[in-house]
Every structure is written in C-alpha cells, then in structure tokens.
Design a protein around this ligand. Sequence first.
Ligand code: HEC
Length: 146
Amino acid sequence: MKLRVSFSELLVAGIVVTGIGLAGWQVFGSRAGTGPSPALTIRVPALSTQATAGKNAFDANCAQCHGANGSGTDKGPPLVHDIYNPGHHADESFHRAVRQGVRQHHWPFGDMPAQPQVSKAQIEDIVRYVRELQQANGIVSRPHRM
Ligand code: HEC
C-alpha cells in the first residue's frame, strides 16, 4: 500500500483537529460555571462554637445530599453557593426548608424532603455553620432580584 499525504492535506487535518479541540474546550469550559457541580472545593475556616455544633447537625442530617461542607452531591445542591447568599436565601428559608421540605425549583435534583428530626435550635446552628462557610468562600449578601 502506498500512502501519500501532501503537506496541504496535513495542514487541513491539523486545523480540523485544533478546531474540534477548541470547540470541546468551549463546551466544557462554559459548563463549569453554570450547571450543578458536585465537586466544589470549599475553604473551611476556623468555626465558632455555634458553627461547630451546626457542622455536627449538618453532617448527620444534610451532608448526605448537600455534601461535606455544603459542597453539594449528585442528590442535592451546594449550599456554599452564591444562590444561597443571605440576601437571596435569608435564614428563614433554611427553617422553612427543614420544616416543610423544598419543591425542586433551582436545580435538577428533585424535591428536598422535610427533616422533622432536626430541632429549631439545630437549624440555627446549621445556618451559622453555612454562613461561616459562605463568608470564608467569598459569598456575600446580595439583594434578591428575581
Ligand atoms: C434527601 C436530600 C436532602 C437532604 C437530606 C437535605 N436536603 Fe436541602 N435540598 C435538597 C435539594 C434537592 C434541594 C434543592 C431544591 C431546588 O431548589 O431545586 C435542597 C434545598 C435546600 C435549601 C434551599 C431552600 C430554598 O428556599 O431554595 C436549603 C436552605 C436546604 N436545602 C437546607 C437543608 C438542610 C439545613 C438540611 C439538613 C437539616 C437539608 N437541606 C437536607 C435535598 C436535601
């Protein structure tokens, strides 16, 4: 078999391959910021006493869906996320979520079931914990504009 490839054919092939690579990079690159990303890297600060209690309650009741340090899993969103900044999701929304559950609206994970085993005091601790994590990761209060 005689294989003859001209320089211009090689050049065209090179351009096509580069184009496919760039397109792939664009698709995956742009996806990084938008969709649910279960593998967020969270900076964990030194926690206050209340937040430490909150971490224990969170690990026992929330982490199976919301992930270690609120980083998210394939069953629930990260809570250390700009959507849950205190201006958009005030502390009351945490109490409501735990008492009544949440209908799927921001994410594709389905509904959150109510967590009646978690007390009001525990929710307050959990909120403190999530707020301290949020703050350490640059999530600041922004007014709700929806
Ligand atoms: C079985 C999985 C699961 C567990 C357990 C769970 N959550 Fe959720 N949670 C979800 C899902 C899924 C959503 C996202 C719903 C949406 O917006 O689409 C959510 C949303 C939330 C929200 C946002 C509410 C809103 O108003 O949008 C808060 C706050 C929250 N969860 C807190 C908690 C806390 C605190 C715990 C533990 C006491 C907990 N969750 C346990 C699955 C879970």
